[in-house]
Design a protein around this ligand. Structure first.
Ligand code: B12
Ligand code: SF4
Length: 492
């Protein structure tokens, strides 16, 4: 059996980092881990090829080669996914679809031959058995969640052009114990935290290492610190030992809840293991809004102090923020900008509240008769998918003002300085400037420092970092490049 695994194209978004990746001659942030995992579950004797359309073109020849085209996608990729399905149809090749887009909106994909939904560890073996018996069904659905301790190592051998990616990826846990009203992670993966063992994590690190990769590795867990005890006693010591044995080939980033700030020992252990960046869902500085969306882990704490603490111990914080809650007070826009500006969160994804299908928010708004169109899948687009409590124009204007104020060169560079004043980068004896990074620096000098908007701010930042915190100079350049991407995406 010949299987072509296809990851459709992404539109331009905040997180696709396309303009920043050009500086380091990369095309995508990370490979499609879902498809690599699916491939590892397929029978060994089936032939497999991967086409990640972010890094390479999908040709008719590729499609015609396959007995089945397996497609995985997020909602944001729906347009490209539909095109791929139509192309397969016209070439007479059967399609199999799974992953978040199809799991949350499968009723919109009648043209797909086989919808294998939910977690592949559960539904894919049923499909394989039916294929082998010549009676595959249209749809495979299950509420059962996989036991990750039996998930095989993803098929890294399928990635032929690793140099096109900025980082590789590992998933240690699935599921999240929290219950934020707008979030579909818990709908897709449940509340119970399920994890791989330390042995599995080390095997995955080893397999990425053996594939020749050196550089960034993204732990894609929705909340890496979901079980702090196991993390401290087993996982982080295992990662640290492995990193020492292999002479520190990787740098890690991940996602975590804000209570990371409560555990200094855990932060220090993460830094020792090689973590340098964490994405935190902060959402809003307003207590009532936090209560409204059920983000209780963020309530009753000094969020600013939490961010500063994580940064000062050596981990950069990226943040997710939301405007459009029913409880948003009229001054939320100023408060949001002020909070982000003084936090030194340089990569601040501010989105309008969205109500993905299946979420508690979607259910509530449906009852309240406030739903409009379907969500596009992009958290930072400005089309409302429900009727907000605040006047729509006021909300949109306020939102646009927040974005403009955060990403205008003056404020953006001031925020980078805010971070670097407080951030304490780990002394990295293993850090070597690579050719690619030198090229990025040269490109940044030309594109940001000579022809770019806000070039004086760029030079001031570089000079300031050289004098005040020379160890942070590579970070200053990287963040200046991020700024270039954000300004392009937001048209600033
Ligand atoms: C890593 C990640 C990213 C990476 C993408 C890397 C990549 N190349 O895929 C980055 C940071 C770039 C990213 C960006 C975005 N992301 Co994202 N991301 C994730 C995250 C945290 C992990 C994905 C992952 O690797 N999981 C591990 C693998 C093993 O799981 P999986 O892909 O789900 O695959 C399993 C099953 O779904 C299934 N499966 C998957 N595909 C297939 C295919 C077939 C044929 C079959 C049978 C089964 C199957 O089997 C797998 C094993 O069980 C998820 C959350 C999550 N917990 O999954 C969000 C998530 C996928 N992202 C999401 C969103 C919204 C975004 C953004 C739109 C946010 C934004 N505002 O910009 C952007 C899009 C940017 C862009 N244009 O690229 C949503 C998608 C919701 C949806 N319904 O589509 C998720 C679910 C998080 C959330 N709820 O907010 N993301
Ligand atoms: S937003 Fe984050 S913390 Fe909240 S339920 Fe989703 S994954 Fe969990």
């Amino acid at each position: 059996m010949k299987i072509l695994l296809v990851y459709p194209e992404n539109p331009e978004t905040f997180w696709d980092f396309r303009y920043a990746l050009k500086f380091v001659s990369r095309k995508a942030s990370s490979p499609p881990l879902g498809l690599l995992t699916v491939s590892s579950i397929l029978p060994e004797n089936w032939e497999k090829k991967l086409c990640d359309m972010t890094v390479s073109k999908l040709t008719d020849k590729d499609i015609a080669w396959a007995d089945f085209v397996f497609i995985s996608a997020m909602s944001v990729q729906s347009e490209s996914a539909k095109e791929v399905i139509a192309r397969c149809k016209s070439l007479g090749v059967k399609t199999v679809a799974g992953g978040p887009l199809f799991t949350s909106t499968h009723e919109e994909y009648d043209e797909v031959d086989h919808l294998v939904l939910g977690e592949a560890e559960i539904t894919l073996p049923l499909f394989i058995k039916d294929i082998e018996n010549g009676c595959p069904k249209k749809i495979y659905l299950s509420d059962e969640k996989a036991d990750l301790s039996t998930t095989p190592v993803p098929s890294w051998n399928l990635i032929k052009r690793k140099s096109k990616y900025n980082s590789m990826a590992i998933q240690y846990t699935r599921g999240c114990p929290f219950n934020c009203e707008f979030c579909d992670v818990t709908k897709l993966f449940g509340h119970k935290l399920r994890s791989k063992t330390a042995g599995q994590v080390v095997r995955e690190l080893e397999s990425i290492y053996a594939s020749g990769w050196r550089g960034g590795v993204f732990f894609v867990d929705d909340n890496f610190i979901g079980n702090k005890k196991v993390l401290k006693n087993k996982i982080l010591p295992a990662i640290t030992q492995w990193m020492i044995k292999r002479k520190h080939p990787f740098e890690f980033n991940t996602q975590a809840s804000i209570d990371l700030a409560d555990d200094e020992e855990l932060i220090r252990m993460m830094v020792t293991a090689g973590f340098n960046t964490v994405f935190v869902g902060i959402e809003t500085p307003d207590e009532n809004c936090l209560t409204e969306c059920g983000k209780f882990q963020n309530n009753n704490r000094d969020l600013l102090a939490c961010v500063k603490k994580i940064q000062s111990l050596g981990i950069q914080v990226q943040g997710g923020f939301i405007l459009g809650f029913d409880s948003d007070p009229p001054n939320i826009f100023e408060r949001m900008s002020e909070f982000i500006q003084s936090s030194g969160i340089v990569t601040a994804m501010v989105g309008l509240l969205k109500a993905p299908k299946g979420t508690e928010l979607h259910k509530r708004l449906e009852k309240e008769n406030r739903l409009l169109q379907n969500w596009s899948g992009n958290n930072t687009d400005t089309a409302m998918d429900f009727v907000p409590k605040m006047d729509s124009d006021e909300l949109l204007n306020g939102y646009n003002n927040v974005i403009k104020s955060l990403y205008t060169p003056k404020n953006f560079y001031a925020r980078v300085k805010n971070l670097l004043r407080n951030y304490n980068p780990p002394k990295n004896k293993h850090f070597k400037i690579k050719f690619r990074e030198m090229k990025a620096l040269v490109k940044s000098v030309w594109l940001i420092g000579v022809v770019g908007k806000g070039r004086t701010h760029y030079w001031r930042l570089l000079l300031w970092s050289m004098l005040r915190c020379p160890r942070s100079l590579p970070i200053a350049v990287t963040l200046a490049i991020y700024g270039f991407h954000f300004r392009k995406v937001y048209g600033i």
